[in-house]
Design a protein. Structure first.
Length: 246
C-alpha cells in the first residue's frame, strides 16, 4: 500500500478496496470537489479501488492557493498519482477534468506507465477551442452562468455559498480556457468519451473527435441529458465503467 500517498491532501479514498485489482482516479469539473464523485466510488466498491482528486482552493483545502494553469495542475496531479501506480490505473475526468486527465495520461505514458483507460466526460477534444472567457465575467454573471449550466441535473448551492466558491471556480475556468494543446504523439491509452446529448458545451460529434488522440481503442457513449448528465445516469455510467474496466 502506498503509505506516502495516504496522507496527501490531493487524494480522497472514500471506499478503500485494497483487494481490488484495478484503480480508478476521478478528476472533477471546474469548481468541483472530490465529494462530487462519492456516489461513483460507492457504486464501484469493492471491485475497483477508487480515488477522487481534491484540487486546492475548495472545501478542506480552501485556504490553499488555487492552480489556474492546466499544465501546472497536470504536473502536480501526476506527481501525486505516481505512488498509486502499483496496480493498473485508469483515469476519469468530467469537463475540466477530462482535459486534465488527458494531460496526466500523457505524463504517465512519458514515465512508462500506460493507463488502462482514459474516460473523458462532457468535454471537447483537447485542440478544439471555442474561445470562451467565462473566467473574465463579473461575479453576478458568473453565478448566473453556473446556474444555467447546472440545469435541472446538478443541485446549485444557495447564492451565498456559491459566491464563496467563486475564486476556485474562476481559477478553474481560467485554467481550462487558457489551455492550449501541445502537439505530440497520440496516447497509447484507450479512450472512452461520454457525453449528454443536449450538453451546451459539447456535441456528440465533438466528443467523437477524441478518437484522434489515441492509437488504442475508442468508444463513445451518449446519454440523454445536459452537461451534468452523469448525476441522473449514475447507474449507467457505473455500468460503462464496470464493462470497460473488466
Amino acid at each position: 500500500m502506498p503509505t506516502q500517498a495516504l496522507i496527501s491532501p490531493w487524494i480522497r479514498r472514500f471506499h478503500p478496496a485494497p483487494a481490488a485489482g484495478k484503480r480508478l482516479v476521478l478528476l472533477p469539473h471546474a469548481g468541483g470537489s472530490a465529494s462530487f464523485f462519492f456516489p461513483v466510488s460507492r457504486a464501484l466498491a469493492p471491485t475497483v479501488d477508487v480515488l477522487a482528486v481534491q484540487y486546492p482552493g475548495r472545501q478542506d483545502r480552501r485556504g490553499e492557493a488555487c492552480v489556474d494553469d492546466m499544465d501546472t495542475l497536470a504536473d502536480l496531479v501526476t506527481a501525486e498519482l505516481l505512488p498509486w501506480t502499483d496496480r493498473p490505473l485508469a483515469l476519469f475526468g468530467h469537463s475540466l477534468g477530462a482535459v486534465l486527465g488527458y494531460e496526466v495520461a500523457r505524463r504517465l505514458e512519458e514515465r512508462g506507465t500506460v493507463p488502462l483507460k482514459l474516460y473523458v466526460s462532457a468535454r471537447r477534444a483537447p485542440a478544439d477551442q471555442r474561445g470562451e472567457a467565462v473566467h473574465l465575467l463579473d461575479d453576478d454573471a458568473l453565478v448566473k452562468t453556473m446556474a444555467v449550466l447546472a440545469g435541472t441535473e446538478l443541485e446549485v448551492p444557495d447564492e451565498e455559498l456559491l459566491r464563496v466558491m467563486l475564486p476556485s471556480l474562476r481559477s478553474d475556468y481560467k485554467a481550462v480556457e487558457t489551455y492550449r494543446h501541445r502537439p505530440g504523439p497520440p496516447l497509447g491509452t484507450s479512450v472512452v468519451a461520454l457525453t449528454g446529448d443536449s450538453d451546451p458545451k459539447v456535441t456528440p460529434e465533438e466528443a467523437g473527435e477524441w478518437s484522434r488522440y489515441t492509437t488504442g481503442a475508442f468508444d463513445l457513449r451518449v446519454f440523454d441529458g445536459g452537461h451534468f448528465y452523469l448525476v441522473r445516469h449514475l447507474d449507467g455510467v457505473a455500468d460503462v465503467l464496470r464493462e470497460t474496466l473488466a
